[in-house]
Design a binder for this molecule. Structure first.
Ligand code: 0RA
Length: 652
């Protein structure tokens, strides 16, 4: 795809010079405004525009938002809000519409009393999207007229003009990201859908439609979804847990506002062993938690503990109950609004504002306490679950200590099956987790032994989604992975936190067969990482190897293909005389079918291979996906596979 670089168009008025300087700054350092210039930053443009529509909805003026991915990877966002004002702005000597689209930070409301609460991570406004778009067209339906203005890289092509009459209200923004700025210009349906679904849960009552004109279904209509939640967070928790067996019927809902911090929490308990607390600040997913999560945990532990003590149910228990025990099998969504959020942490997704601890703590303890008193039957079920968790935790602790002792005190040394590399600098070292001993053998022979280590895994590793924690430390394959990586559980802060200080490889590459079993094993390994070693994924250490699917042969000419599409194109190319049947096709079902040299040249040689980095777009969505793929409930899994089979393979 060759896309022409956007040219700077002629300026139409002197008043634009200052504005240009503002937007020029965005174009010079785009990452400062939207995070990065890759896939993430690209999608950030959509969030920025949608956030403006959501703000209109929160102000009570809009209830429908349409997002369309057009065939040329441009985006159209339309809402039925008040429409961006189009009247003349005396101070700036241009229309308000142009001000909103060309002045940094002017995207928000002019009236100061409504602080912008949705807002993306950077909250920079539509002008930033404008600056980074090779084309942008704003259409406003307001006061009976349609007003239009077009821009290229943020520069107006003409003043806002009236183009017709209407009885509609709202704003439509159509933009095409500038291909000279972004390293990727292709939007991903799943990424957009996941964020819009999340948005609809966090902002109950707004109907969001998504349509992708690049993907046409069998019936001729484009791929589409509609996101709408009446119940908000309560439905969010039900959605997250729809693949798990719940222990109480209805989620607990808590809402309040203390010191101008609105707090909303929905929670429920299920029969699993994992804690799944998803948190948001101004609708931004705070992966790393922060003060709002601390406040929630404190309230939960204190309130449940005090109730349990009073109930007498703990009397016979000989063990100490800890905070963790109150969170086993807990699914909760916390959403707070903070006027000036301070974000900290490695990925700037940890809330730092200390006053939020108390706001959440008070709100949650108060409501939870009354709830427990009003629901004695459910309260008893929860306390029973807590007691079981405490007992299991003691068993897990013993098992974990056994593994730890062996790891740290050198009891076992490195696993016998590990073919380690010579280099000891973790930043350049790679560990391949390979399915099966035979492929493991090829990989051992084919690798560059200076920096590539191989750990073959036998058969299917334990499904951690269905196993209690202590089982994990009993499992030989998992123990081998932990020892080879050089990681252990437990830091000074937290006895479950993953200690990466002795991590031996900064690339951990999962290499499995390109068949159903292979993808199942890959998901098992990813589930293990997601549930117990999430920091590895968050730090960007986890990758998936992409072995070729086909080898095409004609005489001495041999070529590999990674997709069906490539196979078709290459087959035509190789059969220059048009005789496609003269091209031999070998379909690789397993890594074992490749010899060491082939494995190196196609999949392991860093200068030619492609490896896919595993990222977490949305922790909530990843949790949902893993619980569905690996959990007990069969129906949602079948539905998911049927629905997604026709689209690209499951992307974790
Ligand atoms: C500035 C002021 C007002 C609304 C908006 C901007 C606005 C921006 C966007 C972006 C996408 N959709 C939007 N909808 C509205 C307030 C308008 C008023 O007071 O009437």
């Amino acid at each position: 795809m060759s896309e022409e670089k956007a040219k700077k168009p002629a300026n139409y008025g002197a008043g634009n010079i200052q504005v240009l300087e503002g937007l020029e700054a965005v174009r010079k350092r785009p990452a400062m405004y939207i995070g990065d210039i890759g896939v993430k930053g690209l999608h950030h443009l959509i969030w920025e525009v949608v956030d403006n529509s959501i703000d209109e909805a929160l102000a009570g003026h809009c209830d429908v938002i349409h997002v369309v991915v057009n065939e040329d990877n441009s985006i159209t966002v339309e809402d039925n809000g008040r429409g961006i004002p189009t009247d003349w702005h005396e101070k700036e000597q241009k229309s308000a519409l142009e001000v909103v689209l060309t002045v940094l930070h002017a995207g928000g409301k002019f009236d100061k009393d409504t602080y912008k609460v949705s807002g993306g991570l950077h909250g920079v406004g539509v002008s930033c999207v404008n600056a980074l778009s090779q084309d942008l067209k704003a259409t406003v339906f307001r006061d009976g007229v349609i007003t239009e203005q077009e821009f290229k890289i943020g520069v107006p092509q003409y003043p806002a003009k009236e183009v017709g009459k209407t009885d509609k209200r709202g704003t439509m923004i159509h933009f095409k990201p500038d291909s000279s700025i972004f390293t990727h210009t292709e939007f991903k349906y799943e990424t957009i859908a996941n964020r819009l679904r999340e948005m609809s849960f966090l902002n109950a009552g707004i109907r969001i439609f998504l349509k992708d004109l690049r993907e046409i279904e069998d019936d001729g209509s484009p791929r589409s979804d509609e996101f709408f939640s009446e119940g908000g967070l309560v439905e969010f928790v039900q959605y997250l847990d729809n693949t798990r067996e719940k222990i109480i019927e209805e989620p607990i809902y808590i809402e309040g506002e203390i010191n101008s911090v609105p707090v909303q929490v929905a929670m429920n308990y299920n029969k699993s062993y994992t804690e799944n607390v998803v948190s948001y600040v101004n609708t931004i997913n705070t992966y790393e938690g922060g003060t709002h999560v601390t406040g929630f945990r404190r309230a939960l532990t204190r309130t449940l503990k005090s109730y349990a003590d009073k109930s007498g149910m703990l009397d016979k228990l000989k063990l100490e109950v800890s905070g963790d025990d109150f969170r086993e099998g807990l699914t909760a969504v916390i959403s707070v609004k903070v006027a000036e959020p301070q974000f900290e942490g490695q990925t700037k997704t940890k809330l730092g504002n200390s006053d939020v601890v108390g706001a959440v703590d008070s709100t949650v303890s108060e409501t939870l306490q009354s709830w427990l008193e009003e629901h004695p039957r459910e309260a008893k079920i929860i306390v029973g679950k807590v007691i079981l968790a405490a007992q299991a935790r003691h068993a897990a602790k013993k098992a974990r200590e056994m593994v730890q002792r062996k790891n740290v005190l050198g009891g076992g040394g490195l696993p016998g099956k590990l073919a380690d590399c010579a280099n000891s600098d973790p930043t350049v070292c790679e560990l391949y987790l390979v399915e099966g001993d035979s492929a493991g053998g090829s990989a051992k022979q084919g690798r560059d032994r200076d920096f590539q280590a191989i750990l073959p895994l036998k058969g299917k590793i334990l499904n951690v989604e269905k196993a209690h924690e202590h089982k994990i430390y009993d499992n030989d394959e998992i123990k081998n992975i932990l020892t080879a990586l050089g990681v252990k559980f437990g830091t000074v802060n937290d006895d479950k936190e993953l200690d990466l200080s002795h991590l031996r490889y900064h690339k951990i590459i999962i290499m499995t067969d390109a068949d159903i079993d292979g993808s199942h094993i890959r998901t098992l390994i990813l589930t293990l990482f997601f549930r117990y070693m999430r920091a590895l994924i968050e730090n960007g250490y986890v990758y998936i190897a992409l072995p070729p699917l086909y080898l095409l042969k004609r005489g001495k000419d041999e070529r590999y293909c990674w997709t069906e599409e490539e196979r078709k194109v290459l087959t035509k190319e190789m059969a220059k005389d048009g005789k496609e049947d003269s091209v031999g096709i070998q379909r690789y079902k397993g890594l074992g079918e490749m010899n060491p040299e082939q494995l190196w040249t196609t999949t392991m040689d860093p200068s030619v291979r492609t490896i896919k980095q595993v990222t977490i777009d949305s922790a909530a969505e990843a949790d949902h996906l893993f619980s569905m793929l690996m959990g007990d409930e069969v129906a949602p899994r079948r539905e998911f596979i049927e629905k997604n089979a026709k689209y690209a393979k499951i992307d974790t």
